[in-house]
Design a protein around this ligand. Structure first.
Ligand code: AMP
Ligand code: MG
Length: 393
């Protein structure tokens, strides 16, 4: 199968997305979920003209006069008296401003006179009143659907009484590793063995994307074993990620196993570096990614192809935050027929340095990196000082 450009791979992946429906959960459980219905305010905010300071509610026209205190209004209480000429009420932050008052003097800007009256010490003050509905009107949409719910959104839901929230269902995602050389992280690898790092990296990447994964273990390089695990994972999930076994080696069974499992392969080579052997296919029941075995490649392909798909399946159009910063040094590469993803460090002086990177098996290179810079096809160098876009990882 031909090698396709990254943009084409993206389109194929995103066009294969299906949504996994919605569910209603408590707003207290909704952090990092995708909001599926608009949140509408059931009240004005503030619901009344509210004092924003501790002080004295007065008529602004009386500002220089000696003022008689007629009432104290704590937060949570309704004023009983309206303010007349040369009168004021002691008022606390958050309490309703009484009738007749159009200004609140801050307590620290006033002095208490021997007569028990108060007097403003200066000549000018702000009103210090938050007007009814100045933030939100009853019936306003306060949160639009499609967003990822953040702590500040949970505050908004709480304040408008939106205690049950509709969110996108998390797709069920199965994670498989393939390779006879792999052992589990809790085991000591024998000669010629290594620990499975991909599956746990992927489980964490899935979690970070707002979904949750199910781990199916290591499939040895045996066609029958791989087939039975893949078939089970496909029948139980909306999305299946299998890493390793997608290259051109004698024991790379994943492509043939996927075909046998009636997966329609839509691409199996992408013009990216790292990540070329990325395989993608669809089945009646699930979408399947064959990710490269190398952990760095697997990580990057997940971030650039799998994560946007997971978000779309939950109803969110993911736009990663990218920061524009200058290169600290010149970067160059020999070949430019593939798009390159370069792990980089952001230095203390706010510049970008390519991370030390020995190749796609160099797992710790990513731990030392702050982000990825994308270098398009045909471009061999980035000059020192050139502004690049860094996607945080
Ligand atoms: P493969 O695609 O199966 O040829 O694997 C490419 C490289 O990635 C080999 O060096 C594998 O040992 C390594 N690899 C494959 N799967 C994993 C995994 N789950 N965790 C860590 N390394 C892996
Ligand atoms: Mg392998």
């Amino acid at each position: 199968m031909e090698m396709i450009p990254f943009e084409k791979a993206c389109n194929i992946v995103m066009n294969s997305a299906f949504t996994t429906g919605t569910e209603i959960i408590s707003f207290t459980d909704s952090l990092n979920r995708v909001l599926a219905g608009a949140v509408i305010s059931d009240m004005d905010m503030p619901p009344f003209n509210k004092s924003s300071v501790d002080g004295f509610a007065i008529r602004k026209s009386d500002i220089g006069n000696d003022l008689e205190i007629i009432e104290t209004i704590p937060a949570g209480f309704h004023p009983q008296k309206s303010i007349g000429t040369n009168q004021c009420s002691r008022i606390m932050t958050g309490a309703p401003v009484p009738e007749g008052a159009d200004c609140v003097l801050m307590v620290e800007d006033t002095e208490m006179l021997p007569s028990g009256k108060i007097k403003f010490k200066y000549i000018f003050t702000k009103e210090n009143i938050a007007l009814r509905a100045e933030d939100v009107k009853k019936g306003d949409v306060v949160l639009e659907p499609g967003r990822i719910i953040r702590p500040q959104d949970i505050a908004v839901m709480a304040s408008v009484g939106h205690t049950l929230v509709m969110v996108g269902k998390k797709p069920r995602i199965g994670v498989i590793s393939s390779g006879s050389e792999l052992v589990e992280p809790g085991e000591k690898p024998g000669r010629s063995q290594i620990r499975n790092s991909n599956s746990f990296q992927q489980m964490a990447q899935i979690e970070r994307a707002g979904a949750s994964g199910k781990y199916y273990g290591i499939a040895r390089d045996d066609e029958e074993i791989t087939f039975s695990i893949v078939e089970k994972a496909i029948s139980e999930n909306d999305l299946v990620l299998i890493s390793g076994g997608v290259s051109m080696g004698d024991f790379d069974f994943v492509p043939s196993v996927l075909e046998r499992a009636r997966v329609r392969i839509l691409f199996s080579r992408v013009a990216i570096q790292p990540g070329k052997p990325t395989t993608f296919g669809v089945h009646n029941n699930a979408i399947i990614f064959g990710l490269p075995g190398n952990p760095v490649s697997s990580f990057i392909v997940f971030e650039f192809l799998v994560r946007p798909l997971i978000c779309k399946m939950m109803g969110h159009q993911w736009k990663p935050l990218e920061i524009l910063l200058p290169m600290k040094e010149k970067f160059s590469r020999k070949f430019a027929e593939r798009m390159a993803f370069i792990p980089v460090i952001i230095t203390e002086d706010g510049m970008v340095l390519p991370a030390e990177f020995h190749g796609s098996a160099h797992i710790s290179a990513l731990s030392h990196s702050d982000g990825i810079v994308t270098l398009p096809y045909g471009i061999k160098t980035i000059e020192k000082g050139e502004i690049v876009s860094v996607r945080q990882i």
